[in-house]
Design a protein around this ligand. Structure first.
Ligand code: NAP
Length: 279
């Protein structure tokens, strides 16, 4: 049975043009016979308030949030999940007559891909994280929540990595956190997992975010970038015999989690995965 009126879901951000989310969610709606559309809403900051006010008249039941609004949407929400509160950012909003609820599925999406897709449990592991921006925060909180042993963080801006480490220490006393003042201080040689949470590698001319000599075969190298699929970091990691993953897995799992929050049904993983792979 199809609903009479098409439910609208979507993505707000600026820019959003190149997002892969419409393909993934549209395929999922079709596979489950749900009368819904996923649209891109490219908003300027001044349009945010009007967007929220017009949710009912536009039949919007939920949406994803990307840069630069993951923090800015919080004042418009009635409730925020525990993960979103710890991360300080929302990437998924569910809209009902009664309320607007905010969630963050980025970190949990990363974790689910680590555990289910790559059979890697973070518990007790030594982890190096490059970048201390929005994605790094989500990933670090979920790694800590799942009892990682040690997380060392390096950002080109040392103030950012120190602030993130101080914040994480105050929330997760059982995990060891270190702010590295340089890439070489991350201790990659002793790590089980290396994560790139910077945009370095998106552009053709970008260098590899770490020097090749730091990589080793016992590492899982996870680059959050999915465009291109193979960054210089992934290529060099493969060459030294390390296991690798690009950001498509995280994108898929965060999308599945958002879908399940909105629709209350299990997301069709294979369909969503092939919709992403088709690009
Ligand atoms: P962001 O908030 O801008 O954070 C990136 C951080 O990396 C910034 O603090 C930046 O510092 C720092 N940085 C830049 N160059 C660096 C370098 N050479 N060494 C160390 N740190 C450096 O961006 P984000 O939203 O966290 O996104 C980061 C990456 O993750 C992007 O490539 C994004 O596409 C990807 N991502 C993927 C997914 C997924 O589902 N796969 C989800 C979210 C994000 P400055 O600000 O000073 O430059």
């Amino acid at each position: 049975m199809t609903q009479a009126k098409t439910q609208i879901y979507g993505l707000i951000g600026y820019p959003v043009k190149h997002s892969l989310s419409p393909a993934m969610h549209t395929a999922a709606f079709r596979a489950l016979g749900i009368n819904a559309e996923y649209r891109l809403f490219e908003l300027e900051a001044f349009q945010l308030e009007g967007f929220f006010a017009a949710l009912p008249e536009n039949n919007i039941y939920g949406f994803n949030v990307t840069v630069p609004y993951k923090e800015k949407v919080i004042p418009f929400l009635d409730e925020v999940s525990e993960d979103a509160r710890l991360i300080g950012a929302v990437n998924t909003v569910k809209v009902s007559d009664a309320k607007k609820q905010g969630f963050n599925t980025d970190g949990e999406g990363f974790l689910r891909h680590l555990r289910e897709g790559l059979q890697f449990s973070p518990e007790g592991k030594i982890i190096a994280l490059i970048g201390a921006g929005g994605a790094a925060k989500a990933v670090a909180v979920c790694l800590a929540r799942d009892r990682a042993g040690q997380v060392s963080i390096y950002d080109i801006d040392n103030n950012k990595s120190s602030a993130l480490v101080n914040n994480l220490r105050s929330k997760f006393a059982a995990v060891k956190f270190k702010a590295a003042g340089a890439l070489s201080a991350l201790g990659i040689g002793d790590c089980h997992l290396l994560i790139n949470a910077t945009p370095v590698g998106m552009k053709e001319e970008d260098p590899c975010v770490v020097s090749e000599g730091l990589l080793h075969p016992d590492l899982l190298v996870y680059d959050l970038i999915y465009n291109p699929r193979e960054t210089k970091l992934i290529k060099q990691a493969r060459e030294v015999g390390a296991k690798t993953a690009n950001g498509l897995g995280m994108l898929l799992y965060q999308g599945m989690l958002s879908f399940e929050i909105w629709i209350n049904k299990k997301a069709p993983q294979a369909v969503m995965q092939s919709a992403l792979g088709a690009h």
